[in-house]
Design a protein around this ligand. Structure first.
Ligand code: SF4
Length: 310
């Protein structure tokens, strides 16, 4: 292979089919994102989607190779077939029906935009129904990007994050989506970006307040330090490191850890249906979960006082 291959973005119908099973049963349904967040590389890719038949070929390649669980991958599942007027609901539902007809054990989506969910709440309920959440599988999961609770930071680096809603509505959008996820047994795995250029203590406090309001909803919360990615709008900026962290950042990380520990046992129970591990491994994992409660508590306490964990 040449070390660097240069080329243009291929149209969705030219994305080649997989030759075998993929890690985690990931099946690509589209590439690119139109929201244009300043720190994100998919924002630079033209948005395009693969035809249903090609997606089904990849699903079949996975199932034939022994994979049982399928994860439909794009930057936003509800953007499949997106046109200027918004998501194409019938295309999304047809895709889910076609995948379901292949009879995988479970179906999940990799990424979902909260703004899309907020505008299409009934679509999420319909997807749940076709997939059989609560009957054929106990939950569905999706990676979502909360990124920040500060509308000032969102306006600076992610002005399209809430569209077509206003950016000022973001905290409310997040809360309403979490309530819907709980109602429909969807597990959100959420990312937060800490230390975006220009972030102040008051912005971090807003994110902490938002996370605090979500504590009772099951999920995972992943606070990530801002890292520069070449070719993004923030490509030339300095990444965020431990030395840059304010006491407010540690308080937020501590709260996220507390949130994750609170839900870890339930998540383990939910994810068991996707795991091939035997009884012994599950027992060991349960033990690790219990140990984590004890061992990590002192770090949580330190961070919630605004101190680094060690
Ligand atoms: S919405 Fe997500 S995928 Fe799209 S540009 Fe923003 S961070 Fe990237």
């Amino acid at each position: 292979m040449p070390p660097v291959i240069r080329g243009r973005a291929v149209p969705g119908e030219d994305i080649p089919a997989c030759r075998g099973a993929t890690i985690g049963g990931i099946v690509e349904i589209g590439r690119g994102c139109w929201r244009g967040c300043a720190f994100c590389s998919p924002a630079n890719r033209v948005m395009r989607h693969r035809p249903v038949d090609d997606i089904i070929k990849d699903v079949q390649a996975n199932l034939e190779a022994g994979q049982k669980d399928i994860i439909l991958h794009s930057e936003d599942f509800f953007s499949y077939g997106y046109r200027s007027a918004g998501p194409d609901q019938s295309m999304i539902l047809d895709l889910v029906r076609a995948v379901k007809r292949q009879r995988p054990k479970t179906i999940d989506v990799s990424h979902l935009s909260l703004a899309s969910v907020y505008q299409n709440q009934n679509l999420l309920r319909q997807v749940s129904e076709i997939v059989g959440v609560g009957s054929d599988q106990n939950h569905m999961s999706a990676w979502i990007g909360i990124e920040s609770g500060s509308c000032r930071i969102l306006r600076m680096h992610m002005p399209n994050k809430a569209r077509p809603a206003e950016i000022e509505d973001w905290p409310e959008i997040v809360r309403e989506c979490y309530s819907l996820f709980a109602e429909e047994s969807w597990l959100p795995v959420a990312s937060l970006v800490l230390g975006l250029p220009g972030e102040r203590a008051e912005d971090v406090i807003k994110t902490t307040e938002l996370v605090d309001s979500l504590m009772d909803y099951t999920g995972l919360m992943l606070p990530l330090f801002f890292t520069t990615i070449a070719d993004t709008k923030l490509g030339g900026s300095k990444g965020f490191s431990r030395q840059d962290a304010l006491p407010e950042h540690w308080q937020l990380v501590g709260l996220c850890l507390e949130y994750n520990l609170r839900h870890l046992k339930k998540l383990h129970r939910f994810y068991q249906e996707r795991m091939t591990a035997g009884f012994g491994v599950h027992l060991a994992l349960r033990g690790i979960n219990l140990l984590a409660d004890i061992m990590l508590n002192k770090y949580i306490k330190r961070m919630k006082r605004g101190e680094p964990p060690n």
